[in-house]
Write a protein that binds this ligand. Sequence first.
Ligand SMILES: Cc1cc2nc3c(=O)[nH]c(=O)nc-3n(C[C@H](O)[C@H](O)[C@H](O)COP(=O)(O)OP(=O)(O)OC[C@H]3O[C@@H](n4cnc5c(N)ncnc54)[C@H](O)[C@@H]3O)c2cc1C
Ligand code: SF4
Length: 560
Amino acid sequence: MNPVRERLEVDILLVGAGPASLACALHLSQLVRRHNDAIEQGRQTGKRLEMPSLMIIEKGREIGAHAFSGAIVDPRAFHELLEGFEGEQPPYDGPVTDDALYLLSKTGSFRSPITPPPLKNHGNQVASLGRIVRWMAELCEKNGVDVFPEFPAVELLLEGERVMGARIGDRGRDKEGRPKPNFEPGLDVQAKITVLGEGPRGTLTLQAQRRLQLDAGRQPQIYAVGTKEVWQLPRPVQPGVVYHTLGYPLGTREFGGGFIYTFHDNLIHVGFVLGLDYQDPAADSHFLLQQFKAHPFVSNILEGGKPVSYGAKAIPEGGFYAMPRPYADGLLIVGDSAGFLNAQRLKGIHLAVKSGMLAAETILDSLLQEDSSAEVLKGYAERFERSWAREELWKVRNFRQSFQRGFWRGMAHAAVQFVTGGRGLFDPMPIRAGHTMMKRYPEHAGQPPASLPTVNGELSVDKLTDVYYSDTAHEEDQPCHLKVLDFDICINRCTYEYGNPCQHFCPAQVYEILKLDGGNRLQLNFTNCVHCKTCDIMDPYQIIVWTPPEGGGGPNYKNL
Ligand SMILES: Cc1cc2nc3c(=O)[nH]c(=O)nc-3n(C[C@H](O)[C@H](O)[C@H](O)COP(=O)(O)OP(=O)(O)OC[C@H]3O[C@@H](n4cnc5c(N)ncnc54)[C@H](O)[C@@H]3O)c2cc1C
Ligand code: SF4
C-alpha cells in the first residue's frame, strides 16, 4: 500500500550537495540580493524580489561524505563565484608546486621532458573536494539556503512534461520492503524549479533524460571510474606535487592512467582512472590501482606509509557532444550530471561551479518573469554557449572519442585535434556506449578474480580492507538498492558469455558468485557499496539499476 506522503513546497529544489548545486544556490542568493540593492539605490528599475526558498538535499550522511575527486582545482570559477563575498576563500591545501607526466613500462619510468599543456597545473590549487563542499555548504547556510544531508531523492515528480519536484526516499523499510516500527515515508518536495546536480549517472537525471528525451540526437555518455587511496607517510612530503602517469599497468587498448598528488600533513593521494569502455570483462579498476602502487616508481614514493582512506567514483568523459539538453519545464541540470567535465584535463570542479552559476543567472530571469517554463530556462543553454566553459569544452569535443580506438590512435588524433582547435580528422568522431565494447570471453567463465600483486606486498590492499578505509555503512535491514532485473541472465548467460564481470568491475566487492551444490548464485553485499555507479554503467546486459539507498548510507569520505 502506498503511504500517505507529506508535501513540502519550496521555490527552488537542488538535488545533490556537490560543487555545482552549492554554487548555484550561493550565486542565486547573491544575485537576488544584488538585484534588490540595485533597485533600492535607484540603479535599476523593476520590482524587488522576495528571497526564494532554496533547499539542497544530499544523500550522504553529512555534507562532503560522498565528495570524491582528485583534486587539482582550476580556481577560475571560484574567483567569479566569490566576487562580493568579502574575505572568503576556498579551503585549498595549497598551490601546485611541481607537475610532471611520467610514462611507465612494467618496471621503468620516464619523465616526459615536456608536460603536455592540458596537464600543466601551474596556477592551479591542490584540494580536498570534501573540505571544499563543506565550506560551500556553510556559506550557503549563512546566506539563507537550507541544506539537508540524509535526504536521497529517488524519483522525479512530473506532471506531463513538466518537472514538479522530487520524492525523497522512505526510511525504515525492512529487506522485503515492509514498514518497520521506525518507518517514515519520504516527503514529496514540490518546487517551481528543480536543479539536478547529482554528479555522474544521476538517478533523477536518467529519469528526466528518458522521460523527456533530453539526450535525443546526442552521443552516448561515456565514463571512466577513478579509484583512489590516501596514504600517510612517516616523513616530510613537499606539498603541491602533481604527477600524472600513462602506460603500466594498462595495455594499449584501454584509456586511463595514474595520478599522485601530495598534500600537507605528509598525505599522498594515489589514484588510477580506467575508461569504462574496455574490452576485457575481467578488468578491475581496484586491482589496477594495486598494480600501479606496486610499480617501483610509485612504491618508492609510498614506502613506509600506510593507507588512511579509499574511494571510487565514475567520471563522465563524453564531453560536448554527449551533453544532454540541460533544461525542460521546471528543470535544470548542472555539473557532472549534465556532462560538464573536461576529460583531457581530468577536471570538472571549475566547470561544475560555472554551470551552477549560469543556472542561477537563468533562475533569476525566471523569478523576475514568474515563468519557469522551458522557454525561459533555455536561457541556461544560451548562457553556456556564450561562456568560457563552452569554449573550453568545444576545444576537446572529440578527445575522449579518439581513445576508444586504442591508445596510440588516440594520441595521434589528439595531436591533430590540438592543432585544429578540437576538430581533428572527423567531427564529430563517433563513439559507442562503453558496455557495448566489452568482448565475450567464454574462457573467463568461473575464473576467480586475480590475486593481488605481491611486489612490496604491504602496499597491496584488498577490496574489503579498502571498503573499511572508505568508512562505508548502510542499514542492513533495508531493501537492496541494487536492482538486478534478471538473475537468470546473470547465472545462465553472463557466467558463460562474460564470466560475470560484476565480480571484477565493482571496486567494493559487492557482487559475489557463490558456487553452491544446487548451482551458482549471485550474492549482493550491498552494504559495501561506495556509490561509484560502475555497475549501472558497465554491466553488459544493462540489467543492473543503481538506486539511492536509505538516507545516510554509503561512504563517509573524510579527506578525499
Ligand atoms: C578520481 C577522480 C578524480 C578527479 N579529479 C579531478 C581534479 O583533479 N580536478 C577537477 O576539477 N575535477 C576532478 N574530478 C571531477 C570532479 O570531481 C567532478 O567534476 C565534480 O565533483 C562534479 O561536481 P558535481 O557537483 O557535478 O557532482 P558531485 O561532486 O558528484 O556531487 C554530487 C552530489 O550529489 C549527491 N547525490 C547524487 N544523487 C543524489 C540523489 N538522488 N539525491 C541526493 N543526493 C544525491 C552525491 O552524493 C554528491 O554529494 C575528478 C573525479 C574523479 C572521480
Ligand atoms: S555496487 Fe555498483 S555502485 Fe556500488 S561500489 Fe559496486 S560498482 Fe560501485
